[in-house]
Design a protein. Structure first.
Length: 313
């Protein structure tokens, strides 16, 4: 009987062979050399696809009744789009917060947060990274590193002479902030890590279900646990026990690794995006207290749905 011919087209047979090479060895030995070969080639394209978003939405701080300034921040040969809202001149303290938002978001989604901060006498700047919103492309890890420094430098120049500057990262924005914070000069008065993943590798395993061996084939960029191990300003780690995107254990690892001074606040029952959508007052309550005191431990309060924990229980 003649041998059966494969009916799979040639290009598909090639693809199937590649996929077999991508499978982990049955004996648990070293992962495929092909992954190590292709991951650097795919990294730039992967970064651009994951980091970039569509255009900015129509909402501005004026939508929620605020006077604001539309900033264009130079970063390398690119220009970053940002909203700046200044607190009232009648406020006794002058504090400014630079916000590093998460993946898939644009500054238009953060105007309610800027309203809340304004009402608490905190000036704010929220900016879109390269490749996000109306900021210049492309969005890559290297470009976002430069973006973080450029945005912080502008905020420092604008507010530091007459007040204090703090920084806050949310979700993926923590990786951008922590990747660059040792280059923030002068150092911020306080730093908040909110709803962060422990590392991009562990985040990929949790969110996408890819095997750990495959995640480890990618460069270990945006490792927040490693980044926070360096000397830092007074730190608040803020995480919800109901966060499904970046589970609580990720925030616990970041807190446990960070040197002093540090505080850890667990929010109860708030979903991941509660920082800018939904009950934002509950999410922001401990953050605002921390910012107002520029690093002093937040008050403990059951009525606001959070508790301060130091150390992790």
């Amino acid at each position: 009987m003649p041998a059966l011919r494969s009916k799979v087209p040639g290009h598909r047979r090639t693809r199937l062979r590649q996929l077999r090479l991508l499978n982990p060895p049955d004996d648990g030995s070293t992962r495929s050399p092909l992954v190590l070969t292709i991951s650097p080639l795919l990294l730039d394209r992967l970064e651009r696809a994951i980091i970039s978003t569509g255009p900015n939405g129509p909402e501005t701080p004026a939508t929620v009744g605020l006077t604001y300034e539309r900033l264009k921040i130079p970063s390398g040969g690119r220009v970053l789009d940002a909203y700046l809202v200044e607190a009232s001149s009648t406020c006794r303290s002058r504090i400014a917060l630079l916000v590093f938002h998460g993946v898939g978001e644009t500054i238009s989604q953060w105007v309610q947060v800027q309203r809340l901060l304004h009402d608490r006498c905190i000036s704010s700047v929220v900016f879109d990274y390269s490749g996000n919103g109306d900021s210049s492309p492309p969005g890559t890890v290297r470009n976002l590193h430069a973006d973080a420094i450029a945005a912080y430098t502008l905020v420092q120049a604008r507010f530091a002479a007459n007040g204090r500057v703090c920084v806050l990262g949310f979700s993926m924005g923590n990786a951008v902030m922590l990747d660059a914070y040792t280059e923030f000069h002068p150092a911020p008065a306080c730093m908040i890590v909110g709803g962060a993943f422990s590392s991009a590798r562990e985040g990929a395993v949790h969110a996408w279900g890819i095997p750990g061996w495959m995640a480890h084939a990618l460069p270990d960029q945006w490792n927040n646990v490693v980044a926070i191990s360096r000397s830092h300003p007074p730190l608040l780690v803020l995480h919800s026990d109901a966060d499904q995107a970046n589970p609580l254990w990720m925030g616990e690892r970041i807190y446990q690794t960070a040197p002093e001074p540090k505080q850890f606040v667990i929010l109860h029952g708030l979903r991941h995006n509660a920082a800018y959508s939904g009950p934002i007052e509950q999410w922001w309550a401990p953050a605002i207290i921390f910012i107002e005191k520029s690093g002093i431990e937040p008050r403990r309060s059951n009525s606001l749905g959070f508790r301060a924990v130091s150390p992790v229980e």
